[in-house]
Structures are given as C-alpha cells and as structure tokens.
Design a protein around this ligand. Sequence first.
Ligand code: TLP
Length: 344
Amino acid sequence: MPPRIDLRSDTVTQPTPAMREAMARAVVGDDVFGEDPTINQLEALAAEMLGKEAGLLVTSGTQGNLVSLLTHCNRGDEVIMGHDSHTYNSEQVGFAVLGGIAPRIVQNQPDGSLRLADIEAAIMPDNVHFGRSRLVSLENTHNRRGGAYLTPAYTAAVADLAHNHGLSLHIDGARIFNAAVAQDVDVKELARVADSVTFCLSKGLSAPVGSVVVGSSEFIRRARRMRKILGGGMRQAGVIAAAGIVALTEMVDRLAEDHDNARLLAHGLSHLPGVNPEPVHTNIVYFGVDHPRYDAASLQDALAQQGVGMLALSPGRIRAVTHYGIQAGDIEEALDILQALLSG
Ligand code: TLP
C-alpha cells in the first residue's frame, strides 16, 4: 500500500477526474502511421507552449532524454553535463550504453547551474586525440539541487556559448513548468533558446504516463525514428495523450500551490529538532537529519510506519516532494508526526 501522505515524489500523482473523462472519450488511431489525432494535438500544443516547431510524445522522462541525446550525438561524441544531473546519475547512462556517447562532467553549482567558464573549458579542441564535443545538457528544475530553477537569462547565455562553439543545447525539463511558475515567466522563455527540451506530463502535471520532447521539425523527425528503434512507437496512445492535454491546459497554474506547500513544510521543519531544511525553490524539499536517535534511513522508515512517505536519497538527507495529491492539511499532519518522532 502507498503511504497515506505520499511525499516520496510528484510521480505518484493520480490522474484527475477530467483526465479520466478525457481518456475515456479520446479519439485514437495508429500513431506509428501518424494517425492518432489526440497525440497529434498534444504534440502540437506542447510545441506551441514551449515555442518550438514540433513535439514527440515519449513514454517517460528517461526515454525523452535518451531519444534527444541519441538524436543530437553520434558515437564518439561528448555531452557536457552536470555531475549531479539526473541524466548522468539516474538513467543508467543509457546514452553511453546505447549511443556510444561520452559524458564530459562539469560541477553543478548550488543553484543547479553549470558555470559558463566550466562549460567552455569542457569543450574539446578539434584534435585527433579527443572526443567531439557535441551537446550541452542542462536540468531545469534541478532534482538533486532542491528543485532550484534556471533563469531565462542564464539559459540564453548557455545557448549562446554552446551555439558559438557549434554545440547544441538540450534541457532535461522534467519539471520545467515548475521553473516557469516559480519565476512567473512564460515557459517559452526557458525553452525557446534550447535545441531540444524534454518535459514530463506525469510529475507535477499529474498525468498518469508520458513526457514530450520538443524541438525543430527536422530534429523531431529524426527523434521519431530514434523513439521507434527504442521500442517507443505506441500505437493508440491517444488515451495517454488525452490526459496530457488536460495536464497542459488545466494543471500548470496550480503548481504554485505545490510551491506554497513545500515552503510550509520547510518552515515547519525549521522549528523541529534534529532536522535542517535546505532552501526551497519549487516543489522539492530536502532536509538534513542530525538527530541522536535517527539517521535519514531510519527516520524514513519511522515515517512510513505512520503513513508518511519521504525518501532518504542520500546519507543524512531526506527528500519530500509536494504535488496535486497533497493539501496544506497533509503537510501539517506530516509535521505533527515528525514532531512526535523527533521530540519523543
Ligand atoms: N525522477 C524521479 C526518480 O528518478 C527519482 C523522481 O522521483 O524525482 N529528469 C529528472 C530531473 C527527473 O527527476 C526524473 C525522474 C527524470 C528525468 C526521469 O523521468 P521518468 O521517471 O519519467 O523516466
């Protein structure tokens, strides 16, 4: 059974009633023939919202990043990415395994960014000894950096740097709508300058399945071939796309509530003994555990026994993520349970 108050991830969100209704009514067709009108509508809507020419529905964020990296790079090419990025750490380095692409690692800064000077230093000169630098990959918001967001100005500066050196820019924008809402900017401002963006429908936007890759028409044409070779041609997946359309039209603005609830949680944690919340930027709260009776793993287990789900993702550090299934009252209840455990 999942925990009653499930803060393990925003991936646990259930589809909304409007999504279930749209899924039941979706007009579908064979998408490998390009004949699923609901998928075509979702892909066009996603492209329009992010300021790109075309979109491609994929099964997951992992598949979206993999398809994108394999489409940008050939074997022996290098992708410059952060040492704490999800794509480097939590996607089985699929781009290296399946694409023969090498990561060129740069330190992530506390705000999730990569220093421009570090990116520039990681671009390899044209030399017979070296790999070919082909791509820069950013993550917005940044999962392991507490949901920190990148700004339009920073993203544009990285795009300029990459393009001036003949490289492309990919953004793992699994939670890019959280980044847009937190800064009160149009998501286009964060996406337009990139050559490709993957974003997830199935996290804070609450759809049951799916992510979308957006880019130029030519890039998406090649990405569609790549998705097929990875087994991602999904036939009548309009039932999935229908929920995705609801996600994009009805679920973006409410992300602000998740950010409020994350701040509420961090504020409450700051008054409890033995836990130290990190700065909150969007819907992700990390806190350090420094307590005489608990480490992160045992506190996670004690919380789970009381029906509260959080994840001890690294030694001494717990993550809690707010989402559509969490109300302010749930946060207060979780804080009461934590208070009893930590002070009892
Ligand atoms: N992240 C998941 C788990 O992998 C930990 C989570 O609960 O946060 N990029 C980023 C920044 C992500 O956080 C994730 C998922 C992905 C890509 C991969 O998306 P999926 O799970 O759809 O393959």
